[in-house]
Write a protein that binds this ligand. Structure first.
Ligand code: CS2
Length: 492
């Protein structure tokens, strides 16, 4: 049975959970989410669906995709009346399917720029949330907006045909200001510390290039709450689609799978109201920094650790990698010795228990989170997930061996990739520069890779880091990944 509104009534509630509300009757287009992918569908759209099922509310989500690659999501959601199935996978092998009904529409921006700007400018849009990936915020190593990005330049010249989220938001906010329509909240849901502050800084930098008055209006009126988001969401596979069909008879062209765990911690600053998310477990706190830092420095950096070390050991998935006692032990040592010392106390959380729970979550054998997903876009991720930890540890004169190991292991994966000896695809906006410098670091300039300023900034000025990195990379090349990890553990 194809998943759509008409067939929803025919689905038996015994087979799966389905919306208790009638989406096309109840929902108002109050949230626009830019960048609907797997994560938004397991996280924010799920929380809203919970709220819609359990409480009286009419907040609905309009999806928006700005990249040409979003065409498939646009098509699939439209064909299914914006419904999709969330498949929660438990470690014991059970799977809980649930049809999510909180998305009510989708605008594919490249085909409908005017409709997208109109939708955002409309009074009913009260929150614009974003998952545009860590690389999507267009800032350099100094945290400054990259104004000479060709798409940014295009947006300055063509405000009605935006290619970037900054151009799109600016065009909509300009109309709202002209028509005296109060602004929406802009809510970044990407894994970047101070994601709200950064979004604000980037948007203001963009608008200043075109309209200083608008820029001041945004600075004064628009709220950009910071938040920490968490739910492990692997890439959907054809096996997932087949599993759903077997378990429920539903034909869903793009379901999404995830772990049972979910967390969202937010600052309560909204320009035009918000859903009562606290009723479904979302936490509102006054100081978000310790939560963001804990999650990014432990979970996301921990993932990257397993991504590089695990793929060099020949593993495919996160659970396989963490199932290797050597990798698990060294990951825990990285967390304890290098990430934890830079964290602040986190209200209501025992850090030791938090780290145990991460290792349990990583070990869920049913998630099968691919290491290639984890390693994708590392040039955008590591400057947010790992390099701040290394810098802070260096500044305090403390150990950075596992951090340096991660950078060396990353270099090694690229070096092998360039030689055709790495069995995984690598997706990265900077792939050419990364592979070239990794290869050069074997032949003529040992420090070429960490000299890549767009990723590492001035990290190679630290003699301690450079020496540690160079000796670990040499060990990985000469003796292999496992020997190197064993040595790190022995010298702990
Ligand atoms: C992962 C994240 O992209 C990555 O490298 O670490 O997608 C991670 O799975 C999520 O942030 C979990 O909340």
């Amino acid at each position: 049975m194809k998943l759509n509104l008409k067939n929803l009534t025919l689905l038996s509630a015994r087979e799966l959970q389905k919306p208790l509300f009638v989406p096309d009757v109840i929902l108002k287009p109050s949230i626009v989410h830019i960048g609907i992918g797997g994560f938004h569908r397991t996280h924010q759209a799920f929380y809203l669906d919970e709220l819609l099922n359990k409480w009286l509310t009419d907040w609905g989500i309009v999806g928006m995709g700005i990249r040409p690659a979003d065409a498939q999501m646009a098509k699939t959601l439209k064909e299914q009346d914006y419904l999709y199935t969330l498949m929660v996978k438990y470690p014991d092998g059970t799977m809980q399917p649930r049809v999510i009904g909180s998305i009510m529409d989708y605008v594919f921006v490249p085909d409908n720029q005017a409709a997208a700007i109109d939708r955002l400018a409309n009074l009913s849009t009260r929150i614009v949330s974003l998952t545009i990936t860590e690389g999507g915020y267009n800032f350099d190593q100094n945290g400054d907006f990259i104004a000479d990005n060709p798409d940014v330049q295009w947006d300055i010249q063509h405000p009605n045909q935006p290619k970037t989220v900054f151009g799109l938001l600016t065009s909509a906010l300009r109309i709202r200001r002209e028509r005296d329509i109060p602004p929406f909240t802009i809510l970044s849901c990407d894994n970047i510390q101070h994601n709200g502050d950064i979004t604000r800084k980037m948007l203001l930098s963009f608008t200043r290039l075109t309209d200083a008055g608008l820029s001041s209006w945004i600075a004064e009126k628009v709220c950009f709450p910071n938040c920490m988001v968490d739910r492990i969401t692997p890439v959907t596979t054809s096996e997932d689609i087949a599993l759903l069909r077997r378990a429920t008879d539903i034909e869903d062209a793009w379901p999404v799978t995830c772990e049972p765990f979910i967390q969202w911690v937010l600052e309560d600053r909204f320009s035009a109201g918000r859903p009562a998310w606290e009723r479904v477990g979302v936490q509102f706190v006054s100081n978000i920094t310790p939560f963001e830092k804990m999650k990014i420095c432990l979970l996301n950096a921990g993932h990257s650790f397993l991504g590089f070390a695990g793929s060099l050991c020949g593993y495919q998935t996160v659970d396989e990698a963490v199932g290797d006692p050597l990798l698990c032990r060294s990951l825990r040592a990285f967390m304890d010795e290098e990430a934890t010392p830079i964290l602040d106390a986190v209200e209501g959380i025992d850090l030791s228990e938090y780290k145990d729970s991460l290792l349990r979550r990583f070990a869920n054998p049913c998630i099968r989170d691919q290491l290639t997903r984890i390693c994708s876009d590392s040039s955008a991720k590591l400057p947010k997930f790992l390099l701040p930890t290394i810098r802070e540890q260096l500044a305090q004169g403390r150990t950075i061996r596992y951090g340096a190991f991660m950078v060396a292991a990353w270099c090694r994966t690229l070096e092998l990739y360039a030689k055709g000896r790495y069995d995984y695809p690598i997706q990265d906006a900077l792939l050419d520069e990364l592979t070239q410098t990794a290869v050069r670091s074997v032949t003529d300039d040992a420090l070429a890779f960490i000299g890549l300023e767009s990723v590492f900034d001035d990290l190679s000025n630290s003699v301690h880091f450079v020496q540690t990195y160079a000796s670990i990379l040499n060990n990985i090349r000469t003796f292999g990944i496992k020997y190197t990890l064993n040595q790190l553990i022995e010298n702990s």
